[in-house]
Design a protein around this ligand. Structure first.
Ligand code: SAM
Length: 269
């Protein structure tokens, strides 16, 4: 990497400020972004897709590893600044100015093993994760910054308050670990809540698309009325008969059903 001005200077030089509508909370300290990249544990030859590079703090740390990076950014104001980063990295950074919710990651990966690393915009963090866990394109790993509360919902164990739809889909498709906590003050501007990084590795035995579709339906119904017994919350999907077919007690409540239990309900559906 050729030398670059520090990120705060670059932002000031281009008169760029964070825009709340895009969920912009920047990491300007390279020590923090380098730590996130170490936690991503990128293997040689792996391409990286970064969502929301913004001023490029995480992007710089990713490029320092020697990886090729494809960065998807919705806010075109950062183009001039990110072009400087791309030049410093001899063109190893490809910029895509699109909405990450609709972009085709498979096309960007071009059949090269690809990891996703991102300090996600909080307003679209959960839908993006659901997309990556359920679509045909599979990254080799995902290292993602979320609001702490969302991170806890991803890794929540059965019988806990945070256990819900997100935990079931995440843990049925991936091995998920919370690997780093970050206080609000680490960001510019600071958000209202603390954050955490989750590292997810897709399971080789990920459920088939049909089973995942059924799993989404069953978990939506079961956790949509989480205080009710399954015979009642799953009524429109078969209620008691569905539970018995899956070997699950119809009197049980959603938060007591393990990942395997939900997979059995989905398979029965
Ligand atoms: N990576 C930078 C950092 O760590 O300093 C910025 C992170 S900031 C939390 C989220 C970034 O995602 C912003 O740059 C924002 O413009 C971008 N963004 C928001 N919504 C997006 C979307 N739907 N698709 C792509 N980028 C998006």
């Amino acid at each position: 990497m050729k030398p670059l001005p520090n990120i705060s200077e670059s932002l000031a030089q281009h008169g760029l400020m964070a825009n709340k509508t895009f969920g912009q909370h920047f990491l300007l300290d390279l020590n923090i972004t380098r730590k996130i990249v170490r936690l991503a544990d990128l293997k040689p030859g792996v391409r990286v897709i970064e969502v929301g590079p913004g001023p490029g703090g995480l992007t710089r740390a990713l490029l320092e590893t020697g990886a090729d990076v494809v960065a998807i950014e919705k806010d075109r104001r950062f183009e001039v600044l990110l072009n400087e980063v791309s030049e410093a990295a001899d063109g190893r950074l490809r910029l895509v100015f699109e909405d990450a919710l609709t972009v085709d990651e498979g096309q960007l990966a071009e059949a090269v093993p690809t990891a996703i690393v991102a300090n996600l915009p909080y307003n679209v963090g959960t839908p993006l994760l659901i997309k990556w866990m359920t679509q045909a394109f599979q990254p080799v790993s995902m290292t993602l910054m979320f609001q702490k509360e969302v991170a806890e919902r991803i890794i929540a164990p059965v019988n806990s308050e945070a256990y819900g739809r997100l935990a079931v889909i995440a843990q049925a498709t991936c091995q998920a670990r919370l690997v780093m906590d970050l206080p609000a003050k680490a960001f510019t501007p600071p958000p209202k809540v603390a954050s955490a990084v989750v590292h997810l590795i897709p399971r080789p035995d990920r459920p088939s698309p049909g089973l995942l579709d059924a799993l989404q339906k069953v978990t939506a119904a079961a956790f949509g009325q989480r205080r009710k017994m399954l015979r009642s919350s799953l009524k429109t999907l078969g209620g008691e008969a569905l539970c018995i077919k899956a070997g699950i007690s119809p009197d049980a409540r959603a938060e007591t059903i393990s990942i395997e239990g939900f997979l059995a309900l989905a398979a029965s559906l």
